[in-house]
Ligand binder design. Structure first.
Ligand SMILES: Cc1cc2nc3c(=O)[nH]c(=O)nc-3n(C[C@H](O)[C@H](O)[C@H](O)COP(=O)(O)OP(=O)(O)OC[C@H]3O[C@@H](n4cnc5c(N)ncnc54)[C@H](O)[C@@H]3O)c2cc1C
Ligand code: SF4
Length: 272
């Protein structure tokens, strides 16, 4: 997708009255938040989905559930317990958009979807087509910050070799500040992220959208304290759903986000 395509989709789906930042893209609000739900970080994503379904504002949500090994699969969820069960980051590719057609065919019209920046770009392309065919469809796109993701099988074998752990037993994986930390049976194992370079999916080497520029609301960990989510609100829709939830407010370091975006852009440029 070219920069012109992206800007066209920003104008179509986001709040063009919002501020435009060279590194963050279009945004209305930048905050750090910690909710009552213990998610990957501040639980903001799961809290928004739970509130939207609980208040009858979403017919369904599309989340990534953990399946065998350390794999993930997209799931159409309508129940709060299913949404809570799918919390937490899976650092592997998950074809989220594949579920939009199924949801629409089964009569769902108000759909929320979570995804990495590449998935959110695909969501906007599909949404552009859907709007002509089924104009009643309303999609709320919740983007996750993403620096890279891994090939599942290689990730499993490399962590076995480096850390002597079975990734299928991992209760949480956190990648931050150059390290990959895996929790297995309450014990933490870590390795430097450079040791996992070969496991990175090919397409990630050419992707420079770290903050999900086309999402209604983007959520990550970079820029806020441990246990908080960094939240970028980009559209009125995103603001409406963030307003549904309660959270403790923390401080955001915007420079940290800009730094990671600049770093990724430079890495992509070097590859070209
Ligand atoms: C591959 C990947 C790489 C990431 N890299 C970074 C990074 O470099 N820096 C950073 O700041 N943040 C990164 N994140 C985002 C971060 O890990 C958290 O997901 C984010 O901060 C939201 O936290 P939360 O507590 O609000 O989420 P939670 O409340 O725990 O909810 C997370 C939601 O994301 C969904 N989900 C989990 N994995 C996937 C997936 N693979 N594809 C689609 N949906 C998924 C879950 O189903 C759940 O609905 C990454 C996320 C992914 C998936
Ligand atoms: S780095 Fe880019 S291509 Fe790779 S998973 Fe993240 S958003 Fe997708």
């Amino acid at each position: 997708m070219t920069e012109t395509d992206i800007e066209g989709l920003e104008r179509k789906f986001l709040d063009s009255e919002g501020m435009r930042d060279e590194h963050l893209g279009i945004y209305k609000k930048l905050i750090a938040g910690k909710t009552q739900i213990e998610g990957q970080d501040g639980g903001v994503v799961t809290s928004i989905l739970v509130a939207g379904v609980g208040k009858g504002l979403f017919d369904c949500v599309i989340v990534a559930e953990r399946i065998e090994g350390y794999n993930a699969a997209p799931k159409i969820a309508e129940e709060i317990e299913e949404i809570k069960k799918a919390k937490g980051t899976k650092y592997v590719q998950c074809p989220m958009v594949s579920k939009i057609g199924e949801a629409v065919k089964s009569g769902k019209r108000r759909i929320a979807i979570v995804g990495t920046p590449c998935e959110i770009r695909a969501v906007r392309k599909i949404q552009s087509v859907l709007l002509k065919e089924v104009p009643q469809v309303e999609i709320t796109a919740i983007g996750l910050f993403c620096f890279e993701s891994f090939y599942h099988d290689k990730f499993v074998s490399k962590t076995k070799e480096l850390l002597r752990i079975d990734l299928s037993s991992a209760s949480k994986i956190q990648i931050a500040k150059g390290e990959c930390m895996v929790t297995v049976n309450g014990k933490r194992y870590k390795t430097k992220i450079v040791n996992l370079e070969e496991m990175v999916r090919g397409s990630c080497h050419y992707c420079d959208d770290v903050t999900a520029r086309l999402a209604d609301i983007s959520v990550g960990s970079v820029g806020s304290a441990e246990g908080y989510s960094t939240v970028i609100v980009r559209s009125e829709r995103g603001e409406q759903f963030l307003d549904l939830i309660e959270f403790a407010i923390g401080e955001v370091n915007k420079d940290e986000i800009s730094k990671i975006v600049r770093f990724k852009k430079a890495k992509v440029k070097d590859r070209k």
